[in-house]
Design a protein around this ligand. Sequence first.
Ligand SMILES: C[S@@+](CC[C@H](N)C(=O)[O-])C[C@H]1O[C@@H](n2cnc3c(N)ncnc32)[C@H](O)[C@@H]1O
Length: 262
Amino acid sequence: MTDIESRIDTTRPHTARIWNYWTGGKDNYPVDREAGDRIRELHPGIGEYARADRLFLGRAVRHLAAEEGIRQFLDIGTGLPSADNTHEVAQRVAPDARIVYVDNDPLVLAHARALLVGTPEGRTDYIDADLRDVDAILDAAAKTLDLDRPVALMLLGVVIFIEDDAESYAIVRRLMDALAPGSHLVLSHTVVHPSMPDVDAAVAFWNEHGTPKLTQRTPEAITRYFDGLELLDPGVVPCSHWRPDTPADAVAMYAGVGRKAE
Ligand SMILES: C[S@@+](CC[C@H](N)C(=O)[O-])C[C@H]1O[C@@H](n2cnc3c(N)ncnc32)[C@H](O)[C@@H]1O
C-alpha cells in the first residue's frame, strides 16, 4: 500500500468525495454515496448548490482573468478534479496564467495529476497542505507564483471547515496580508439563513457522520472575511446570484469577490 493509499479512509464519508458525487463525478465510495443520498433527502437542493458553486468558480475566474488582468491563482480546498477546474477556466482566457492548488485530502492528492496538465505557456502546481498552515502554503506557492504581483486567492467551500470564527478570520487575513495590492479574495461559504432551514438538518447529519465537520455562518459573518477589501458588485450573495449568465434560484452557499486596494 502506498503512503497516499494508507491515508484514504473508505469507512467514513468524506467531504471531497461527496462533493464529487453530487457534481456527477466517479471518484467516490459507497459510504460517500450513501451519506450523499441521505443528505440529499434532508436537503434536496444540495446537489444544486454544489453545482452552483462550481459555476460561480467559473464566472469569478473568467471575470478576474478577462476583466481584472489576474494571471495568478491560489486555489485552496481545490476538491477532486472536475469539469472546468480553475486552471482550465483561467488559461482559456490567459494561456500564461499560473495556478497553485492546495488540498489536505489524500484522494485529491492521488488525483492531482489531472490538475497539473495546463498550457505550455502557463504553470500549475499542487501542494498537499492544510489551510491552517498558512506559512507552508505561501512558501510552497512562491515557487510557482510571484507573490509581489496580484494573486486571486480562491477559498471555495473550505473556510466552512474551520470551526472557530476567530481562527477562520485570522487565516484569511494572514493570506490576504501576504498578497500584493490588486490581489483578490474569492470565497464561498455555507449559510445559515431563516429562509433555508432544511440546510441546517443536512449540516447536522453531516457533522454526525462525516469528516471534517462543517460550520454554517450568517451572510453578515461571511461578509466579514472581506473586511478591508473592496467588495465587487453585487457583494456577498447566494453564489448562483453572483453575476449569473442566466437567472437562477438562490442556494444556501453565499459567495463574494473582494479586491485588495493598490
Ligand atoms: C466542499 S469541497 C469544495 C471543492 C471546490 N473548492 C469547489 O468549490 O467546488 C471542500 C474541499 O476542501 C478540502 N478541505 C477541507 N478542509 C481543508 C483544510 N483544512 N485544508 C485544506 N483543504 C481542506 C476538502 O478536502 C475538499 O476537497
